[in-house]
Design a binder for this molecule. Structure first.
Ligand SMILES: [Zn+2]
Length: 198
């Protein structure tokens, strides 16, 4: 396969302590409000450091701390794809709305995203053994399928990972937890490396 990752941290970040996105945050529980776009940047920034150290190439379509629109992210990814077809998009998110655990999404139907997402979710099984995996095995693989814009619109294969539910007490604690972040990031880096080596 041998594909280079295009990293995307969903939503805006914090600028001078002001969150750039409405909604998309945890309740104000013991550790304070977890802003999804802040968390997504923790994950992507840590991935970037590890890829730099390993000299594994990557692209990044949302380096700003402002909330870059999905249209702009898609256009940036498409411009990369036009000159390099061997790429894939990893969009990092955290969930809300009831539930617990981690999950990976691809577009509906059998596409190039499916085997990529399956590598990530398979590695989660080894690297995050105690975390609930929210799989949909009805079509023979582990991912769930939705036509989210960041999955459907870009020309490159695209995978969206939800790292936990901000509004679930256990997941909320975990999303703040250094050892969970470390395990999660190491697992994602392992998958990025595996997909890059092909
Ligand atoms: Zn999100």
């Amino acid at each position: 396969m041998s594909r280079t990752v295009i990293l995307d941290n969903g939503h805006g970040g914090l600028i001078n302590n002001v969150y750039q996105t409405s909604g998309k945050r945890s309740p104000n529980w013991s550790k304070g409000i977890l802003y999804e776009g802040m968390f997504n940047r923790w994950v992507v920034n840590r991935i970037i450091e590890k890829l730099d150290r390993k000299k594994i190439p990557y692209f990044h379509i949302s380096p700003e701390y402002t909330d870059v629109t999905l249209e702009t992210r898609t256009n940036r990814a498409d411009r990369i794809f036009e000159v390099n077809r061997n790429v894939w998009i990893l969009s990092v998110h955290a969930n809300a709305g009831g539930g617990t655990g981690i999950e990976g999404f691809t577009t509906i139907g059998n596409t190039a995203s499916d085997p990529i997402c399956d590598i990530i979710l398979r590695n989660f099984e080894t690297d995050l053994p105690h975390i609930v995996k929210r799989y949909d095995r009805s079509d023979g693989d582990r991912d769930k399928e939705r036509d989210f814009q960041i999955l459907k619109k870009p020309k490159a294969p695209s995978v969206l990972i939800e790292c936990g539910f901000m509004d679930h007490p256990t997941d909320y604690t975990r999303l703040w937890d250094e050892s969970y972040l470390s395990d999660l990031v190491n697992s994602l880096v392992r998958s990025v490396e595996e997909i890059w080596l092909g």
